[in-house]
Write a protein that binds this ligand. Structure first.
Ligand code: 5CA
Ligand code: ZN
Length: 409
């Protein structure tokens, strides 16, 4: 599938710092050391509803990762999927009496518009689950032939015992895994499984549901985790730099994905860092399509809210913390955007050389965007209170905010 148009990223003087980031697997901060081409896979949406603030916050975090890398003069190879066939999408289509492909196409198109408006850098490869099926089937066959997968009433399950590193991404104990597996798409109660945690790789065709030719697997459709593994291995290979998503993906999705890939290749690790963004809530609950407590990017845009203000609202929270979306969060961001725009609209101002380094340092320090915003606030306050004579300063501030934070002033 096609992605969305890229906004230009201005080059800044000098060079950024290497990113130190919290890795879920080691439970601590690690310094990433990508090659000249940094490789990142970020899990994409399941397109049955519009982009909400939680999605936007998660994609914002991984956009910052890329902006830090670009500032170190690396190229970035970014891959994202679209889960354009899965239970929740099919259920929503049935509920609304809509064709599931039309629903997926419409919501994916809206997501592209939202990402473009928010100036999120597009993936180089934007791949749907459906288009990945021809690549998924041979992977499942290989796992089965190697004894890492087994059949149960026509469905094919992955055996978590096949990967000696299983459990290392999330670091959870068996009971916690069982609970989360039941909550997040697994079926630990199904009789006949070798291990209750074993996830489905291939689901045999069900009446009334779409299915595809699965070669020796029979007709069916892919499980969720193998979708991302097939796409990541195809476009990035093993040992890529960052696997990203919201914290609700650490288990089972990223745990199972890592094990599928490690069992397939005999190599470790699947990703060198597993990075997870916190959950955005509304009225005390995680914002989620299934709960319906949502604030959509597209609704705010229609109401005339400047996407740059939405982006500043996302940036005002640390990406790893769980936080609540409120009207006040947006009002504060609108006010901040106004102060910044007024400050850079003057022909000169206080020097911004130190500011560039402060923003760089804050972001390299586990994407501390709030500290970066505070540094820009201080420059804007000085501009308003004292002004300055540096003719290049307002332009440099605009370029810094654009290049490193994705905000157009
Ligand atoms: N298609 C799968 C990933 S392969 C999926 O999880 N889709 S999703 O539409 O449910 O979520 C897309 C991304 O948004 C995921 O990274 C998910 O962790 C993140 N996300 C979902 N809800 C929230 C929330 N309330 N706050 C922060 N991030 C969220
Ligand atoms: Zn995924």
């Amino acid at each position: 599938m096609h992605a969305w148009p890229a906004s230009e990223v201005p080059a800044l003087p000098g060079k950024g710092r290497d990113l130190r980031i919290h890795d879920t697997a080691t439970g601590g901060r690690i310094t990433l050391d990508p090659g000249p081409v940094a490789r990142i896979y970020v899990c994409g949406i399941t397109p049955y509803d519009a982009t909400h603030m939680g999605h936007a916050a998660t994609y914002n975090a991984f956009d910052l990762v890329q902006r830090v890398w670009l500032d170190t003069k690396r190229q970035v190879h970014y891959v994202q999927n679209v889960t354009d066939v899965d239970d929740p999408l099919l259920e929503r289509a049935v509920r609304d009496g809509e064709d599931w492909t039309a629903l997926a196409e419409r919501e994916t198109a809206l997501f592209r518009e939202d990402m473009t408006a928010l100036r999120m850098l597009p993936p180089k490869h934007y791949i749907g689950a459906v288009e990945a099926i021809p690549g998924i089937v041979p992977l499942v066959e290989r796992l089965r032939d190697a004894g890492a997968a087994y059949e149960l009433e026509g469905d094919v399950y992955f055996s978590v015992e096949a990967d000696p590193h299983f459990g290392e991404v999330s670091g959870l104990d068996a009971e916690a895994m069982r609970l989360l597996s039941a909550e997040r798409g697994g079926d630990p109660e199904r009789p006949g499984k070798k291990n209750p945690l074993d996830p489905m790789l291939w689901m045999a065709a069900r009446a009334g549901e779409p299915s595809w030719d699965g070669g020796s697997l029979g007709a069916g459709r892919p499980g969720w985790h193998i979708e991302c593994v097939a796409i990541a291995l195809d476009h990035l290979g093993m040992g890529f730099d960052v696997q990203g998503g919201g914290s609700d993906l650490a288990f089972p999705h990223h745990e199972m994905g890592a094990s599928h890939a490690q069992a397939l290749t005999g190599e470790h690790p699947f990703a060198r860092a597993y990075v997870h963004a916190g959950m955005v809530g509304l009225d005390g609950e995680k914002m989620s399509k299934s709960r319906g407590n949502l604030v959509f990017v597209s609704t705010l845009r229609r109401e005339g809210v400047d996407p740059a203000a939405i982006r500043l609202a996302l940036l005002s929270h640390h990406y790893r913390s769980d936080w609540e979306w409120t009207d006040q969060v947006l009002a504060d961001a609108v006010a901040r955007l106004g102060r910044w725009r007024a400050a850079v609209s003057r022909p000169d101002g206080p020097s911004a050389d130190a500011l560039v380094e402060e923003v760089r340092e804050a972001l390299a320090d586990d994407l501390d965007a709030a500290t970066a915003l505070a540094a820009v606030d201080r420059w804007a306050e000085r501009q308003h209170s004292e002004g300055g004579t540096d003719e290049g300063a307002p332009g440099l501030v605009s370029r810094t905010v654009d290049a490193l934070l994705g905000v157009a002033l």
